[in-house]
Every structure is written in C-alpha cells, then in structure tokens.
Design a protein around this ligand. Structure first.
Ligand code: AMP
Length: 218
C-alpha cells in the first residue's frame, strides 16, 4: 500500500465501516478517525460538546455540521500517517469542509470506498448489535455471538447495546442516511476516487476486497 494515504469509508449505519476500519488499522498500521466514537467519548465525559451531541445521537439524527467539522479538524491536523475516516463526511457540507482541510494540510483523499448493504439487512444487523465498551469491537446477538455472553472476545470488556441501536433511532438513522449521506456517492464518483464493495457478505470477504483495492497502489 502507498504511504500516508487518506481513505474514506462510506456506508450506512451497520454496513461494517467500524469493523473493517479496526482490521485495517491492525494490518496497515493506519489511524482510524471515527466521529461516532469521538462523540461517544464526549458523551461519556459529559463535556459541553457531548451533552449537546447526545440529544441528536439518541434520536438518530446528525449532530450539527459545525461541531463535527471542528472536532474532526482538531484530530486530523495531528495525523502523520495513513488515516481512515469512518463516519465522516456524512453531509455535502462536511465533504466540502474536508476538501478544504485536506488541501490546507497538504494531503489528498486517495480512496473513497462505499460498503453497500440493503436496508432490511442493516435493520437486522443494528437491532442485534452488541458493542464492547472497552475496545469498540462489534458482535451480534445472532450472527456474531461472543464466546462468553456479555464479554468481548478480544479484551473481555463489557458488551452493551448502543442507545441509538433501538428501533425508532434505527429507522431515523436510515432515513437520514438516504437523505443526507448517500448523495455523497455521486459527489465522490465525479472526482474519480470511488470504489464500491458489496457489504452483504462475510466481514472476511469484505476485508479481502478492501485489501485488494488498497494494494493496487493507485
Ligand atoms: P456512528 O457511530 O458513526 O454510527 O455515529 C453515531 C451517531 O453519531 C450518528 O447517528 C450521529 O448522531 C453522530 N455522528 C457521527 N458522525 C457524524 C457526522 N459525521 N455528522 C453528524 N453526526 C455524526
């Protein structure tokens, strides 16, 4: 893989962006910047940002662009190696702000990879999802059952159901995805950086496809 790349992982909630990003971090020594994880940390700290964001997150709505863009910018300026953006951008305004940030940092976006999964599958993935409080690894009550109930296979951290993985929030998150985030596919297609992976296959198969795109050394 080329050095110091910037990869954007696009996809609906539950498409597997976070799971794949964690694998790529291990394999390619990349850094994962997940705006969802950053926000959940702020919520846990009860910071001003976290308190503001939590209202939107619980409802499955998007947190205001300005807050998210500032938060991402603060982290991106300190990155000196290959980076995966997971969950950002999610609106056209964020995508434009990212272009500006990347340019001012003298970097470039190298790959935009969309992991596509249909809504029905996403709903069943999200409603059974269990996440490790400690390392963020994802499991599923039926499709990826942890070895010990309630415990993470990797770090033995406690597993929990995210408050936005409840039916009403899931419905809203998917609506928001179709309205605000899916149009980014066309935004990036026109820039010629775009790849698509069928996310309705095993996590191992999706990872193989990701590795093959990144190894092309475009
Ligand atoms: P995620 O973990 O990526 O599913 O994000 C969880 C929640 O955090 C989302 O449903 C939004 O409320 C919020 N969030 C994460 N990333 C963004 C973003 N780029 N723009 C706006 N809201 C975001």
């Amino acid at each position: 893989m080329k050095k110091d790349i910037c990869l954007i992982l696009l996809g609906a909630p539950g498409a597997g962006k976070g799971t794949q990003a964690k694998q790529l971090v291990d394999i390619f020594e990349m850094i994962q910047l997940s705006t969802g994880e950053m926000l959940r940390e702020e919520v846990a700290k009860k910071s001003t940002k976290g308190i503001k964001a939590n209202e939107y997150m619980k409802a499955g709505s998007l947190v205001p662009d300005d807050l998210i863009i500032e938060m991402l910018k603060d982290r991106l300026v300190n990155v000196t190696q290959s980076v995966i953006l997971d969950g950002f951008p999610r609106t056209e305004k964020q995508a434009e702000a990212l272009d500006d940030m990347i340019e001012s940092l003298g970097k470039q976006i190298d790959y935009v990879i969309n992991i596509s999964v249909d809504d029905e599958k996403l709903i069943s993935r999200l409603s059974g999802r269990l996440v490790c409080k400690n390392c963020g690894a994802s499991f599923h009550k039926m499709f990826a059952v942890p070895l010990i109930e309630g415990k993470c296979d990797f770090c033995k951290g406690e597993l929990y159901q995210r408050s936005d993985d409840k039916p009403e929030s899931i419905k809203n998150r998917l609506e928001v995805y179709h309205k605000s985030t899916k149009p980014l596919i066309d935004f990036y297609k026109t820039k010629g950086l775009f790849y698509e992976i069928d996310g309705d296959q095993s996590a191992d198969q999706v990872l193989l496809m990701l590795k093959s795109i990144l190894s092309e050394g475009k």
